[in-house]
Design a protein around this ligand. Structure first.
Ligand SMILES: [Zn+2]
Ligand SMILES: [Zn+2]
Length: 356
């Protein structure tokens, strides 16, 4: 049977009058995977039922365009209920696949449409994604074509914790963002690029450094548990991520970039959009990776390493001035110890040596 006819037989728009009770359900209903995003699950459901994502959703949600928005952040309660009826998955389970579940843990709230702290922007334009806001692990894609998981939307994510390889944010051939909802597996590849067809699962994986995946594993664990002991003492994850974001913003300043360079041994790549704010979510994956690598030694043996490195980097309190309200206490007490300003010239220690 034609897939379209098959879908209509299970309650498509033209058969709504006929089918009243019980509510129709899709024949194939693969359950959501652990850590999976809502968009990824919808994509898998559509593939399992032999339909394109847009057609599949039109049977459940009518003519509303669910794919022309960042549906992992914005998916109405009505649509959640409808999806639950069609799949037999509870609404609470569906909500747990969306990024707003992290409100209160990752940031105070998650914007449905605007920018949100630590969440990579997608640059939605109709059904196309203009920005590289969804990462992917090529090894994960060999196991599950077109899958996507919530850590792949986080600005602090740079490595796959499972496979210990670096995450990628674009097609190696044409540099298009990863848009699984616009492509389906074919003879040419299991996870083809939506623009050029290159099989993203064949993109060469690059091994991650130990600090890449270890730091990320701790952050993932902090987010899942809602608390952490990353600095020796217990903290709520919200305070941790708020402080880390302030630290990342400080490291992305011109002065902070020198400290990043000293801590990582490499200069910070130039920001692709120098006019934009120093928000970590707006930086390239290379810049974000380097900032996270610089952050890791600063947090070790807290606060001793932080004090030493920031003193050597001649950090000022003004590095941590931002528009997000007060800093969390664990960071504020250390920022209060920083000098308001340094006198011009070389560091004091160097001048003493010169006198002798
Ligand atoms: Zn992986
Ligand atoms: Zn491509």
């Amino acid at each position: 049977m034609d897939p379209t006819e098959s879908a209509k037989a299970y309650g498509g728009p033209s058969h709504r009058k006929v089918v009243a009770n019980p509510h129709p359900r899709w024949v194939a209903r693969p359950p959501p995977l652990r850590h999976e995003l809502l968009s990824s699950w919808l994509h898998r459901l559509a593939m399992a039922n032999g339909l394109k994502d847009h057609t599949f959703c039109s049977y459940m949600f009518g003519r509303q365009g669910v794919w022309n928005r960042d549906l992992d952040r914005s998916f109405s309660v009505v649509n959640q209920a409808r999806l639950g009826l069609w799949t037999g998955v509870s609404e609470s389970h569906i909500q747990s696949l969306m990024l707003p579940r992290w409100a209160g843990r990752l940031s105070e709230f998650v914007n449905a449409n605007g920018n949100s702290d630590w969440i990579l922007p997608m640059g939605v334009f109709h059904r196309v994604r203009r920005r590289h806001g969804l990462l992917f692990c090529p090894v994960c894609l060999t196991e599950g074509a077109g899958d996507a998981y919530w850590p792949w939307r986080m600005a602090w994510s740079t490595a796959c914790v499972r496979h210990r390889v670096l995450l990628q944010d674009r097609c190696p051939r044409c540099e298009s963002p990863y848009m699984p909802h616009r492509s389906t597996p074919s003879l040419f590849g299991r996870s083809p690029c939506a623009s050029c067809g290159f099989d993203l699962s064949k993109s060469l994986p690059e091994g991650a450094r130990t600090d890449d995946w270890m730091f990320q594993e701790r952050l993932q664990s902090a987010l899942l548990r809602g608390r952490t002991a990353i600095m020796g003492t217990p903290h709520f994850s919200l305070n941790l991520f708020l402080g880390l974001r302030a630290l990342a913003t400080a490291l992305l300043s011109a002065a902070g970039a020198e400290l990043v360079s000293r801590l990582t041994g490499q200069p910070l790549p130039a920001s692709p959009s120098p006019g934009s704010k120093r928000d970590i979510e707006n930086q390239s994956i290379c810049t974000r990776r380097q900032v996270m690598r610089a952050m890791w030694p600063l947090l070790e043996d807290w606060p001793n390493q932080f004090r030493m490195h920031l003193r050597l980097g001649r950090a000022r309190r003004s590095w941590f001035t931002w528009d997000r309200g007060p800093l969390p206490f664990w960071l504020q007490v250390e920022v209060d110890r920083l000098t308001l300003n340094y006198p011009p010239g070389p560091p004091v220690r160097t001048r003493r040596q010169l006198k002798e």
